[in-house]
Design a protein around this ligand. Structure first.
Ligand code: SF4
Length: 477
């Protein structure tokens, strides 16, 4: 039976990794790193890995699977050392192989280092050609960066100098952690597409270590205090004696944090640019209710990210909020038969309707996005089969019309339902009674950041160069 790359989440946008780096002198930090990766599991369920530095050596443990499957007590004990980086990965089906798991290790000219990367470089072909590297589909952009770093180190650069040399030529999205002898570097691309924050273990008077992570809940879970976000283009270096910072790369004119971190990707308890994600999602629902009222009996959200927006919708509309769907929380990568692949019924593997709450009800169903539309279609059918009298869909992001090239796995433009259809046509295809999307102005207002977010998949205004064949290509990693 084939691996199922497309179950319920075949419809969803897919985050492409979480990263962590921890330095805590005198401690073995692998167990801490395990907890942080567990907190970042939502950012990638394909593979997980860690690299620690100890006794002049780097040890890497990585494998396909969830964090809890990849690591055991024995492997965590083997990962000795006070310096660790970690990674959770999402990949497209074509690159779900062990070699794509991170961190990626290299040795060069007596130096050793390992890197882990969240994001997607958009000029890998040019970088590889320039360096005379054959860049095959089996290689990731992280492999390419590691190879380029190794070559620069071979030419006599330090790892820090090599990072400047290589990353100043890189385009696209990267929030990256790099482990070398006794230190960890953390770099964010000049646009700040993907999040990356800095925290401290212990107290300000008595610091016990430093942490970088994709999202703030990874700090919370190990009792670290949030200090600040890494700035676009900044590199911080964590050592046994503290944190240093340099502006490694010229930042772009404005920050371009992915707007879908707020809509869907980030955990609701994350703070991004000073805004709690859950609060922004509730606000999206409130503003959506203001622009798309319809008489109904119940407002429900599609778990998980649709639920806060549904709460906000209910509050603003005065229509009762309730639960209509139960999510199976324990689905990772699963096996299905070839026949099942053809059916959209995979939605049932993740969601089951609460028939008593739904039967005879006029439902307002709030979800975060529509990508291909097939899963939303199956969802509406499932709710009708469960007895819903009406299904009014409300979407807390504007129509998704353009592929992402900055670290999110999206279908090609040809497969994005909104790219080729009007809202009325989408409503017909999905089978809902009515369909409304939040406006871009209201989405920005809900987040409270008007110009500091990338919204290219909604507008086609890419803030950085992308591969030329937009019509045919989708995000690769
Ligand atoms: S194109 Fe869309 S998904 Fe990609 S980074 Fe920009 S806002 Fe996020």
């Amino acid at each position: 039976m084939p691996l199922d790359p497309d179950s319920f989440d075949g419809e969803r946008l897919k985050e492409a990794c979480g990263v962590v780096g921890i330095v805590a002198p005198g401690s073995d930090v692998a167990y801490m790193c395990y907890d942080t990766l567990y907190a970042l599991q939502h950012r990638g369920q394909e593979s997980a890995g860690m690299a620690t530095f100890n006794n002049h050596q780097i040890t890497v443990v990585k494998d396909n699977g969830l964090v809890s499957h990849v690591f055991s007590d024995a492997s965590l004990r083997a990962l000795a050392g006070a310096h660790v980086i970690g990674h959770t990965r999402y990949s497209t089906s074509g690159s779900a192989n062990w070699t794509a798991a991170q961190p990626v290790f290299r040795s060069a000219a007596g130096s050793i280092f390992a890197i882990a990367h969240n994001g997607n470089l958009t000029n890998t072909t040019a970088l590889a050609e320039e360096a005379g590297i054959e860049f095959t589909s089996m290689l990731s952009d992280s492999d390419l960066v590691a190879e380029l770093l190794a070559r620069a180190v071979d030419r006599g650069a330090s790892v820090g100098e090599a990072l400047k040399e290589v990353l100043s030529q890189a385009e696209g999205a990267f929030s990256m952690v790099i482990l070398e002898s006794g230190k960890i570097h953390a770099v964010r691309d000049p646009h700040g597409f993907r999040p990356l924050c800095l925290g401290q273990l212990g107290t300000p008077e008595d610091p016990e270590g430093w942490v970088v992570a994709s999202e703030t809940p990874a700090l919370d879970v190990i009792g670290a205090t949030f200090l600040r976000e890494i700035l676009p283009g900044e590199m911080v270096t964590l050592t046994d004696i503290g944190v240093t910072s340099v502006q490694l790369l010229e930042p772009s004119d404005k920050q371009d944090l992915c707007i879908f971190e707020f809509v869907y990707f980030a955990r609701p308890d994350s703070y991004l640019m000073g805004h709690q994600v859950h609060t922004t999602r509730r606000r999206m629902g409130e503003l959506l209710a203001g622009q798309s009222h319809v008489d109904a009996d119940l407002v429900m959200g599609v778990p998980d990210s649709g639920v806060p927006a549904a709460e906000g919708f209910a509050k603003a509309s005065g229509i009762p909020f309730g639960y209509g769907l139960v999510k199976n929380r324990y689905i990772g990568r699963t096996f299905i038969s070839p026949d099942q692949v053809k059916r959209a019924a995979n939605v049932r593997r993740k969601l089951n309707p609460l028939r008593e709450n739904i039967e005879g009800q006029r439902l307002i169903v709030v979800d975060d996005s529509i990508v291909r539309g097939t899963t939303t279609q199956a969802l509406v059918r499932m709710l009708r089969d469960a007895g819903a009298a009406q299904v009014h869909l409300r979407i807390s992001s504007p129509p998704f019309m353009w592929p992402c090239y900055f670290g999110i796995d999206t279908p090609t433009r040809d497969d994005l339902l909104a790219a080729k259809h009007t809202i009325a046509e989408m409503n017909d295809f999905i089978g809902s009674d009515t369909l409304e999307f939040i406006s871009l102005a209201n989405l920005r207002a809900a987040i409270g950041l008007s110009g500091e977010c990338c919204d290219a998949c909604l507008t086609g205004n890419y803030p950085a160069p992308v591969p030329v064949t937009i019509g045919a290509a989708g995000g690769r990693w």
